[in-house]
Design a binder for this molecule. Structure first.
Ligand code: NAP
Length: 307
């Protein structure tokens, strides 16, 4: 299959932040037959050019039937249980979605040599010595991180053509999505609330539009293997928050620094993390947004959406 042979694309987890952006960008060029699927009974946003089929990826038969009816050339899997603390306390369901779901996709894809594009996380690392390349040794601290690493390994040990993007701290706007860090912060600061943001978690905030673009580019270029796709700048979460306040003309003095340990969260976080994106930049030709550029785009998207 070469790039022009890709016709049918199935976007799994299409109701999520990344899923929506991937769907939107795929439909922009009119090059693909796109089918959307997520666990909810309806799409959060109707996209007339792309039918929506409800499916729970933890249900093996549902996945098998879905893939048989869509017969995709490529599956872009954006579905996951993404609440890191919930994954720590609800381990069984986290594993079922993040690992079992991917295994079901692999099983169904294998029968028709469908390629799988999947998304993993910097949480596969322990955050002792970031930023990390694709070759560094994973050592997850949290159950979420363990499940994402297991999902990567399920693909690595399968005979299905695959591409995995490791990413981190996704931010962006799409209709009907749960608040991500940046949207939550904009709302809190607009309401004049004081917020406590950790200054000891370091990494690359990633504009979701850039990641969606990278996944589609990897699909079109038929790239295989593991790639880091994340924002250009490596900063602390606190510094990102201050940049956001400045970009949106909000009061940065409402942002107070704290340490991760003070939050007593169920799941341990990698602290000195970050992803080195050279491979993706060179091999996929990506131009990844830095914090200032990404926040400017987010701001214009929110203005356009009347938010
Ligand atoms: N967000 C980040 O900062 C971040 C960082 C690193 C990596 N990632 C990875 O990037 C990918 C996309 O993340 P995102 O932020 O776009 O996540 P998201 O907004 O939470 O979207 C995930 C989507 O998957 C759906 N889903 C959950 N369980 C499902 C199931 N059993 N069957 C079918 N669909 C199911 C969710 O539905 P519900 O909302 O109803 O559960 C949601 O629509 C994930 O693989 C995530 O692990 C994200």
């Amino acid at each position: 299959m070469n790039a022009v042979d890709v016709e049918r694309v199935l976007v799994v987890g299409s109701n999520g932040l990344l899923g929506q952006k991937v769907a939107e960008q795929l439909l922009r060029g009119f090059n693909y037959h796109v089918t959307l699927t997520s666990v909810e009974s309806a799409p959060v946003r109707e996209m007339p050019a792309a039918p929506y089929l409800q499916a729970d990826i933890t249900n093996r038969k549902a996945v098998k039937d879905l893939i048989a009816s869509v017969n995709p050339d490529v599956i872009i899997n954006c579905a996951a249980m993404t609440n890191v603390d919930a994954c720590e306390t609800e381990r069984e369901i986290a594993w079922k979605i993040n690992v079992g779901g991917v295994e079901h996709l692999i099983e169904a894809a294998r029968k028709r040599s469908t390629a799988i594009i999947h998304v993993s996380s910097d949480y596969v690392f322990d955050g002792k010595s970031g930023p990390y390349t694709e070759e560094d040794r994973p050592e997850p601290l949290s159950y979420y991180g363990k499940s994402k690493l297991a999902s990567e390994n399920a693909l690595r040990t399968s005979d299905v053509p695959f591409f995995v993007a490791r990413t981190m701290v996704l931010y962006g706007y799409a209709e009907g999505v749960k608040a991500n860090f940046a949207l939550w912060l904009v709302n809190s600061l607009r309401e004049g609330q004081t917020v406590r943001i950790v200054d000891d978690q370091i990494g690359n905030p990633t504009l979701v539009d850039d990641l969606a673009f990278g996944l589609i580019r990897a699909m079109e270029m038929k790239r295989r293997g593991i790639y880091n796709i994340a924002g250009k700048d490596i900063v602390s979460r606190f510094d990102f928050a201050v940049s956001l306040a400045r970009a949106f003309g909000l009061d940065a003095s409402l942002i107070q620094p704290i340490k991760t340990a003070q939050l007593n969260q169920p799941a341990a976080r990698p602290l000195k993390s970050g992803l080195i994106t050279l491979k993706a930049e060179v091999d996929l030709g990506l131009k990844l947004s830095g914090v200032e550029q990404g926040l400017a785009l987010l701001k214009s998207q929110l203005v356009r959406a009347g938010k």
